[in-house]
Design a protein around this ligand. Structure first.
Ligand code: AMP
Ligand code: ZN
Length: 467
């Protein structure tokens, strides 16, 4: 029996064994992008961490249902679409599409659902109605609806707020606010001029939802009133996640989320990378400078998610070098393994296989997992140097790395086009066949095979197939 994975739960500030509620499928919600601009690599740190978590949960043997929201209405999207002279939808669609393109570049697996806020306004209205009925929310004179934190005694539990800092009855209407300003927060915002034509009808007049209610309504719609994991960056803990808990648990009377996982920030020069500080790079900036999505993924992936990730261009250089080492190793392994079916693993690889899984089960200890990977590279080269890695064992090591890559997503994809040296070998083989030098032609066929391609001789000439 593989032991259960352990994760650090922000709710309890402890590492706890994790298992999905139903024993089979993990239901998880991840706060998604506000589609007002290109996401920066700080945002992608959060999404790559969530991708690692998702892939590991599947690797461990569970199913995953992941929901990621798209915030396509809020203070920023409205302000910027108006400044651009575009409709809110037209404007947010552009950045939603860019977001998915970036996910693909970074090899982030797709979630099962990407609900957009503007398509779930009736769900949010119903949730706010429930909160009013139960006495947790009230309408203010301007027609907005607020959540009353005084009515919810455990408010502040996730963020560990000092009760003395609470100012019940005072109100904040903006989506983001500071810890020294803990007050009743907006569930529904009455229309004002800055909203332009962005408004929906509601029992409280025309207006739009606050940001927090969106995540409560959409997570519970797709995952149920209690679900397994909720993630985000640390900056989401307060007020966003605190407010999500209050709204959801007040409405349902059930615990909202079992495990809260948060990643530490990506920082530059000691400060959080953010749009407002202007100290950010988008993925596109880095691709334009000649880095690949795979290299950026490597940098974002390989620092433990609860440690600050200090972004530098040196770290991209190091990623490039590490990936080249991996690629070289796999090519050499391929040459030794050929088409021989895998046998059992050599002892050093079997040990590494156990260490890899155990490292990730230990609160996603990626450093230990990468150490296991580079141990395999080291031991594998050594065994090949001394010709003590039989083809069938090399094939087994190759299959193990492929399996690990279900979690890491960093190996070079198998080429669909033969490289120039393979093409040259095929040409020489044709020459040998024409000259009826069969032994040499067969030797060349084996060499081509060792590089991962089979040759079929057809009436139209040789045809190459990926092995
Ligand atoms: P936003 O679009 O601002 O709502 O952010 C989307 C996600 O990125 C959230 O989970 C944030 O917590 C996360 N995030 C924002 N900035 C950073 C950063 N510098 N490092 C890590 N995560 C971040
Ligand atoms: Zn959210």
């Amino acid at each position: 029996m593989t032991p259960l994975p352990r994760f650090y739960n922000t709710l309890t500030r402890q590492v706890e064994p994790f298992e999905p509620m139903d024993g089979r499928t993990v239901r998880m919600y991840t706060c998604g992008p506000t589609v007002h601009d290109y996401a920066h690599i700080g945002n992608f740190r959060a999404y790559v961490f969530e991708d690692l978590l998702r892939r590991f949960l599947k690797f461990h043997g569970w199913g995953v249902i992941q929901v990621m929201n798209l915030t396509d209405v809020d203070d920023k999207t409205i302000r910027k679409s108006r400044a651009a002279g575009m409709s809110l939808k037209e404007y947010t669609q552009r950045y939603t599409q860019a977001f998915f393109e970036d996910l693909d570049q970074l090899r982030i697996e797709r979630a099962e659902h990407y609900p957009a806020a503007t398509e779930h306004i009736p769900d949010m209205i119903r949730l706010i109605e429930r909160l009013i009925e139960k006495g947790y929310a009230y309408q203010s004179p301007d027609g907005s609806v607020y959540f009353s934190i005084a009515r919810f005694p455990t408010y502040g539990r996730l963020a560990r707020l000092d009760p003395a800092s609470l100012r019940p009855g005072a109100r904040v209407s903006q989506d983001e606010y500071e810890k020294d300003n803990v007050a009743d927060f907006a569930l529904w915002k009455a229309w004002d001029e800055a909203d332009g034509d962005v408004a929906w009808d509601s029992p409280w007049g025309r207006g739009r939802p606050g940001w927090h209610i969106e995540c409560s309504a959409m997570s519970m719609k797709y995952l149920g009133e209690t679900f397994d994991i909720h993630t985000g960056g640390q900056d989401n803990i307060f007020p966003h996640h605190e407010d999500e808990i209050a709204q959801s648990e007040a409405a349902t009377g059930h615990p909202f989320v079992r495990f809260w996982l948060h990643c530490a920030h990506l920082i530059v020069d000691g400060r959080k990378m953010s749009k407002s500080l202007g100290n950010f790079y988008t993925l596109r900036d880095l691709l334009q400078r000649g880095w690949t999505g795979r290299e950026v993924r490597y940098v974002l992936l390989t620092t433990h998610y609860r440690q600050h990730l200090n972004f530098t261009f040196d770290s991209l250089d190091a990623a490039r070098a590490a990936l080249a080492r991996l690629d070289d190793f796999r090519a050499r392994l391929d040459g030794v393994a050929g088409t021989v079916p895998p046998a059992s693993l050599p002892v050093w690889a079997a040990d590494a296989d156990g260490a890899f899984h155990e490292a990730l089960a230990d609160d996603l200890n990626i450093s230990a997992a990468m150490a296991a990977l580079f141990d395999v590279v080291h031991e594998g080269h050594r065994a090949m140097d001394t010709r003590s890695l039989p083809a069938a064992e090399a094939a087994a090591v190759r299959a193990m790395l492929q399996n690990w890559d279900r979690v890491l997503g960093i190996l070079r994809p198998d080429e669909t086009e033969p490289s120039p040296d393979v093409v040259e070998l095929v040409r020489r083989r044709e020459e040998m066949r024409a000259a009826r030098q069969w032994a040499e032609a067969d030797r060349l066929r084996a060499e081509i095979l060792a590089r991962g391609w089979t040759v079929q001789d057809t009436p139209q000439g040789p045809r190459l197939r990926r092995r």
